[in-house]
Design a protein around this ligand. Structure first.
Ligand code: FAD
Length: 463
């Protein structure tokens, strides 16, 4: 190894995993510190011991424009476990279903309002509003950051049918906030990224899903890379403090008092776990204030094992006509080709789950079953064989009005200390791609550091 510098990555979620994998691939000596007893962060599988099954902590979907995430999957050898269906399904109360195409005429129809009751006037108004929306994503009005997505849609004249069938739930899906509080700028920025990627690759960005559990997708391959390159992983290592001397990092102090020596650090913890870590960084007050304002938003996932199939038409179905939250049903039989020995597994995700997050699990299960009965005739007689509720109160950072411009970049005033994580500044909202893109940028900054010199180390290190 030509470069004897010690690179320490704090946090074993996607941003930390990608940073550690890419630094190791670049021939660096890497130690990964993770506060929990497992890797994966907010993307991990959860065992249901009684069923010998491992559903995920929450269904994760993947956009075809997730370039950095696909780079990571290629590094860990699991790119093959992502599929893109031909279209998504919108499900209406009573059981009616509409397929949203992503190609040609079908894609155009989806954009102009896939609502089955939309008349020609509605579709014409949707067409005009959609063109204005696309234009304003790329040429943003100055006051967009002060508007909620709801206000923006009204101003664009987006008809109610198009909002119900597409735009409201897409906005909620992208920023995990109800449209009455979500920042219009956050939504517009992500759409602009999607439009640019669509133009670059000459095909619209579409939504896909993993065909395996999240541990297999993200963690198993990372372990193999770590073994190959000799990356040390320290579990239950809670970083408390990044030590800086003379403008360079020297180590990371853990909660148990141990100091892990470091010549460069990637701090890849979420905004809500930052407290104290950056105290020695000159601009820490500004970063802490931003991290605090970005806050968090809840998601509740419910894994339901039923005694019969629901009669879904697609792998992923969005339940339309709910109030302020997005409810999606994921058919794990179709997604994973799993056996139905223990029943039919359906994963339901509720984003912007401000009310649900406080409810007892049995109440959540009852409510989700009542919801399924409204949308799927087959659910009326269905029995729940097993249920698992996964509340994630800090699922993502919040992207309400007033949060625009807060996210810090990956570089800091200390060149050997970089930040990563979905909440740092990227082209995406709080997503796996944001985590992976932040890691790519953080690693790039470290790899651009001047060549190692013994003199520099003598000046910058405590040892
Ligand atoms: C239920 C749910 C559904 C989601 N759905 C989607 C989706 O469909 N598509 C999508 O793209 N994104 C989705 N997301 C968002 C996505 O999961 C996150 O954006 C991404 O996983 C964040 O990765 P990260 O590495 O930035 O943070 P994390 O995954 O949170 O990783 C941070 C790691 O740092 C560790 N840590 C924290 N503090 C310390 C410390 N002091 N010392 C050491 N270690 C520490 C934590 O234990 C954790 O392992 C979803 C999230 C949730 C919760």
């Amino acid at each position: 190894m030509n470069d004897p510098r010690r690179y320490v990555v704090i946090g074993g979620g996607l941003a930390g995993l990608a940073s550690a994998v890419w630094l190791a691939e670049a021939g660096k000596q890497v130690t990964l510190l993770e506060r929990r007893g497992r890797l994966g962060g907010r993307t991990h599988a959860l065992e249901v011991a009684t069923l010998h099954d491992i559903p995920d902590n929450g269904q994760h979907v993947i956009a075809s424009g997730y370039e950095h995430l696909f780079r990571y999957l290629t590094s860990v050898g699991t790119r093959k476990f992502v599929e893109f269906p031909h279209g998504g399904v919108l499900r209406w109360p009573g059981g009616r279903a509409t397929t949203m195409g992503t190609k040609g005429f079908q894609a155009l129809r989806s954009l102009l309002g896939a609502h089955p009751d939309a008349g020609p006037m509605d579709r014409a108004r949707a067409a005009v509003a959609t063109v204005r929306l696309g234009w304003q994503c790329l040429n943003q009005p100055g006051d967009l950051a002060d508007l909620t997505t709801d206000q923006w849609f009204r101003r664009l004249g987006m008809p109610a049918t198009a909002r119900v069938a597409l735009w409201d739930w897409l906005a909620l899906g992208i920023a995990a906030e109800p449209v009455r509080q979500e920042s219009a700028k956050v939504f517009a920025d992500v759409l602009a990224t999607g439009i640019r990627l669509g133009i670059k690759h000459r095909r619209p960005v579409s939504i896909g899903y993993p065909t395996t559990d999240l541990d297999t997708l993200f963690v198993t391959g990372a372990h193999q890379v770590f073994e190959k390159y000799g990356v040390e992983v320290k579990y239950r290592a809670v970083a408390r403090h990044i030590d800086i001397r003379d403008g360079a990092v020297t180590g990371v102090t853990l909660a148990d008092g141990e100091t892990v020596p470091a010549d460069a650090v990637v701090c890849a913890v979420p905004n809500s776990y930052l407290g104290g870590l950056l105290d020695e960084l000159p601009e820490h007050d500004e970063i802490y204030a931003a991290a605090d304002k970005l806050g968090y938003t809840p998601i509740v996932s419910t894994n339901l094992y039923l005694d019969r199939p629901l009669g879904t038409e697609g792998t992923m179905e969005a339940l339309i006509g709910g109030a302020e939250v997005i409810d999606q049903v994921f058919d794990r039989q179709r997604m994973h080709g799993r056996s139905t020995e223990h029943g039919w597994l359906y994963c339901l995700t509720t984003s912007g789950a401000y009310e649900q997050i406080h409810k007892p699990h049995d109440v959540v299960v009852d409510e989700q079953m009542a919801l399924l009965r409204r949308y799927y005739p087959a659910a009326r007689a269905a029995k729940v064989l097993h249920a698992q509720v996964v509340p994630m109160p800090r699922a993502t950072f919040s992207q309400v009005v007033g949060t625009d411009g807060l996210r810090p970049g990956q570089g800091t005033s200390v060149p050997t200390l970089v930040l990563a994580g979905d909440w740092t500044r990227t082209d995406w909202s709080a997503t796996m791609e944001s985590a992976a893109q932040s890691a790519a940028r953080a690693v790039e900054l470290l790899l651009a550091l001047p060549e190692y010199s013994h003199q520099a180390r003598g000046n910058g290190s405590r040892k």
